[in-house]
Design a protein around this ligand. Structure first.
Ligand SMILES: [Zn+2]
Length: 92
């Protein structure tokens, strides 16, 4: 491999490895790195701490809440409102 070493001699992620992971799009990280982070609590903490992450990358990785959740919430509110109004009409 010609890429910079992403794992150190103990098999943990190096700074380059963390940077590679941080720069990779969600779910497209190198399998070798993703597999190690999945099984290593120490490296999980380092990735979550994001100390190596450049400032711009973090925003890219955060995904906005899905639009369907908003519509489901609105629909639920509307349904509750309608059932409340019909209930009030029946009481009269
Ligand atoms: Zn590790």
């Amino acid at each position: 491999m010609s890429a910079p070493a992403t794992l150190d001699s103990r098999g943990h992620l190096t700074a380059a490895g963390l940077a590679t992971l941080a720069a990779a799009p969600m779910g497209r990280a190198p399998a070798e790195l993703a597999a190690h982070v999945a099984s290593c609590a120490l490296c999980q903490e380092r990735v979550l701490a994001g100390s190596v992450e450049p400032a711009g990358v973090r925003r890219e990785r955060r995904q906005p809440p899905p639009a369907w959740r908003l519509w489901v919430t609105l629909a639920a509110i509307l349904l509750a409102l309608i059932s409340m109004l019909t209930l009030m009409q029946r009481i009269r």
